[in-house]
Write a protein that binds this ligand. Structure first.
Ligand code: ADP
Length: 259
């Protein structure tokens, strides 16, 4: 009850001086925990009412005559309900990932299979309107959590497609490089202005709401990617040019690779 959580930082100045900073982070951690629990509970509670709404909307839509003046509003209501449902799902995923304190890093993930699944998904999303290029090392595996790694990869791929106009090219690769196993997605889509890049992994952060509302996202995808990667001692990197395209990727360090 009276346990305190302290953060210690030791900084070295030149050869002779050191500075020790002690910070009491008990309260910060408590608040963080409350915030997480609240978000998880609210998302969970929203699931049922949304399912009910969705069900009735579907029923009303199936009964509406084609020239019914309510046909279009019904369709929009259904679209938005579906969007809310997917946001709630993503919020729950994010809470689960944040909470996953013990990710088993011993488990070997068959990356060839994982990439095949990512490829299927990309093809379904692209509906033949994009050129998809894959460069996958079939022998390079990683250790970690399959669900989290898959979620990181598919979020990056689906973003590349969603933020690239039809006719675009998306290149996906999983290869060994000097620093580890690199997964990278390159697109020639809308790109991102430099001032936004540092904030992309914040929850709900979206570059341009008017533009991105058409793509139906929630701004949670990259937050999920960030947390999934942190469990694998990895970070997201981004490089982008507005109007030219973007590169998103991450490197799994050597100690988590298997060949
Ligand atoms: P969203 O659900 O909005 O896609 P994300 O967290 O996945 O949420 O992405 C955050 C924002 O980053 C997006 O709204 C979009 O503006 C930008 N973004 C992500 N990926 C790309 C990309 N490949 N090209 C351009 N913009 C991107």
């Amino acid at each position: 009850s009276d346990k305190r959580l302290l953060e210690l930082r030791l900084m070295k100045y030149g050869d002779r001086q050191m500075l020790l900073i002690v910070r009491d982070i008990t309260r910060i951690r408590q608040l963080e925990g409350m915030r997480k629990e609240f978000v998880a509970n609210v998302s969970h509670e929203l699931k049922t009412p949304l399912t009910v709404l969705q069900g009735y909307l579907e029923m009303m839509q199936s009964m509406a005559e084609p020239d019914d003046i309510n046909a279009r509003p019904l369709q929009l209501m259904q679209q938005q309900t579906r969007r809310m449902q997917s946001m709630v799902e993503q919020l729950l995923t994010l809470s689960r990932i944040e909470d996953a304190t013990e990710v088993n890093l011993e488990h070997r993930v068959n990356m060839q299979l994982l990439m095949a699944a990512v490829k299927d998904e990309a093809e379904a999303l692209s509906q033949g309107q994009y050129t998809l290029m894959f460069d996958i090392d079939p022998k390079l595996d990683a250790h970690g959590n399959e669900v989290l790694l898959r979620s990181a990869c598919s979020n990056l791929v689906s973003n590349a497609i969603r933020y690239t106009p039809p006719g675009g090219v998306v290149k996906i690769s999983w290869r060994k490089i000097a620093t580890g196993g690199r997964f990278q997605v390159e697109d020639n889509g809308v790109g991102i202005a430099p001032q936004h890049i540092g904030r992309l992994t914040e929850r709900f952060y979206r570059v341009d709401n008017s533009r991105s509302s058409a793509t139906g996202g929630s701004g949670l995808g990259l937050a999920i990617v960030k947390h999934a990667l942190a469990h694998h001692h990895s970070e997201l990197y981004v490089s982008s040019q507005l109007g030219k395209g973007s590169i998103f990727g991450f490197v799994i360090p050597h100690h988590l690779l298997a060949q």
